[in-house]
Design a protein around this ligand. Structure first.
Ligand code: ATP
Length: 476
């Protein structure tokens, strides 16, 4: 796709240089995820199902922490934004009015010999095509594109709608057709009036939602980057039409900064504005926050000026009045919307990749995940130096029980201390507390920092406060 030129002095510019990915090979992260219980292929014992992934014991903690961090920055710490949890299934008219039935599609081409299907804009040789090129029925012939698997001829592109369909009720007929939502945003628009009236918000105000979305992607892949079932974290900010670009300019850097605050390397983030012919059917302006994945620069989050597209169309289609009345200026208008739309899975994946570290320590490779403590699955591990001594084990259990009233804490005695530390490093646990033989004499334990590997002795009675203070000090 062609992208508008950005000044080379801008650190977000695509021409500012490539910092390279945090890990050279995606397999490093895929195998760590499987081995340590972050992410598994769905239905694996049946050979898996394409583009659906399951979060294991550590993955669910990481993803919950990502969603919590997002909610904290978008709802908890903001006066003018409230939350919502709308249903996944909605009245089918919603998707007609929103334009998804007509326009939520990707260009699909099919190999005439093996009948494999591909998303046209993901075939090799299409990188520089504009959206106008991609709509051209002769594009395949013009560029001489062939099937990347067997070199067979490809069909002309046709539009493929990405929405999953199902039936509501006991009869499978067209009248019972419903869609699995392809974005969470529409649940917010149809509740705009309910939320505004019940929370008595005045414009500008926002509604935030985290939830599942489904897209029948033509070519999913790159692990959890593109899935068919995934989670979004979306916020719709309702504003006076003439202020939309001002709020857009406020939200864009704020959303980029959120990733940096939680540990993503700033140089691996950049902003990319959509070319006019690339804009989604609802968008007046769109800028992606992109991350330098091991497979290239890709969208992490989109910030969109949706104008009055959604509320305007829902007002027309439903016959309901969705205008806002400003009691101060006595104006009446359909608010415009600035949307911030992030993927919870893509964000968790990014934090995981960017946190990956390998270093040589005393001739061995130490792998660690330098996850921000707010995101780490376990905040603290309590480890015995000698598991044969019941007094040591008992004290460890007591310290762990004390800590886990507030945070995720774990006890592990299934290996030597060196190995236990390495295990915790590899899953990103920021602090380890070790109880040793000296503890029984001096009542002090060792607290070890994951990143610096520094160790300090802390009195048993103070260890809970000490660790909780460290965590609180790091909180974003
Ligand atoms: P793309 O161009 O990559 O298909 P999009 O522009 O359609 O993505 P949006 O509709 O803007 O994506 O969705 C907002 C966010 O939702 C994305 O930035 C991404 O984080 C997440 N997302 C979208 N589709 C998927 C998917 N198939 N799997 C995982 N996350 C997704």
């Amino acid at each position: 796709m062609t992208h508008p030129p950005t000044p080379a002095t801008d650190p977000d510019s695509p021409r500012a240089g490539d910092p390279g990915p945090s890990v050279a090979n995606l397999d490093t992260i895929v195998s760590l995820s499987k081995r340590r219980g972050f992410i598994f292929p769905s239905s694996e014992i049946y050979g898996g199902i394409n583009a659906v992934w399951d979060y294991g014991p550590l993955g669910v903690e990481l993803k919950n922490n990502v969603k919590r961090a997002w909610w904290r920055s978008m709802v908890q710490t903001r006066d003018e934004i409230v939350g919502l949890d709308a249903g996944i299934l909605m009245a089918p008219q919603v998707w007609v009015a929103s334009g998804h039935v007509g326009s939520f599609s990707d260009p699909l081409v099919e190999c005439q010999t093996d009948h494999r299907r591909f998303r046209l804009d993901e075939l090799p040789g299409t990188e520089d095509l504009t959206q106008t090129d991609l709509q051209d029925p002769d594009v395949v012939k013009r560029l001489g594109l062939v099937c990347p698997v067997d070199g067979g001829p490809l069909s002309a592109p046709r539009r493929f709608n990405l929405m999953f369909k199902t039936y509501m009720g006991p009869v499978e007929e067209d009248a019972a057709l419903v869609y699995l939502r392809p974005e969470t945003a529409q649940g917010i628009y149809v509740n705009f009036r309910n939320v505004r009236e019940s929370s008595r918000k005045r414009i500008p105000f926002g509604i935030a939602q985290v939830g599942k979305a489904f897209r029948n992607e033509i070519s999913p892949g790159n692990f959890v980057f593109r899935m068919r079932e995934f989670e979004q974290m979306e916020m719709q900010y309702f504003v006076r039409p003439d202020t939309a670009s001002q709020y857009f300019d406020e939200w864009l850097p704020r959303r980029r900064q959120w990733y940096v605050d939680y540990g993503v390397t700033s140089e691996r983030l950049r902003l990319r504005e959509h070319a006019p012919d690339e804009l989604a059917h609802y968008a007046k302006k769109a800028v992606d926050v992109e991350y330098r994945f091991p497979f290239g620069w890709k969208e992490l989050e989109g910030v969109h000026n949706r104008g009055d597209w959604d509320l305007g169309n829902h007002a027309k289609a439903s016959g309901e009045n969705l205008e806002y009345f400003d009691p101060v200026t006595e104006e009446r208008y359909i608010p415009w919307v600035v949307e911030t739309s992030a993927g919870a899975d893509r964000a968790a994946f990014t934090f995981l990749i960017d946190a990956y570290r390998e270093e040589e320590v005393r001739g061995e490779t130490r792998v660690s995940l330098a996850l921000h403590p707010d995101l780490a699955p376990y905040k603290v591990a309590v480890l015995p130096l000698l598991k044969k001594r019941p007094e040591i084990v008992e004290l460890c259990q007591r310290i762990k029980d004390d800590l886990r009233r507030d945070v995720m804490a774990v006890y592990d005695d299934t290996a030597s201390i060196g190995k236990l530390y390495r295990r915790q490093d590899e899953i990103g646990t920021p602090y380890c507390v070790t109880v040793d033989v000296d503890t029984l004499e001096d009542q002090a334990v060792t607290v070890r920092d994951r990143d610096t590997m520094e160790q300090v002795r802390v009195h048993v009675d103070q260890v809970r406060t000490f660790v909780l203070d460290l965590l609180a000090r790091n909180r974003v």
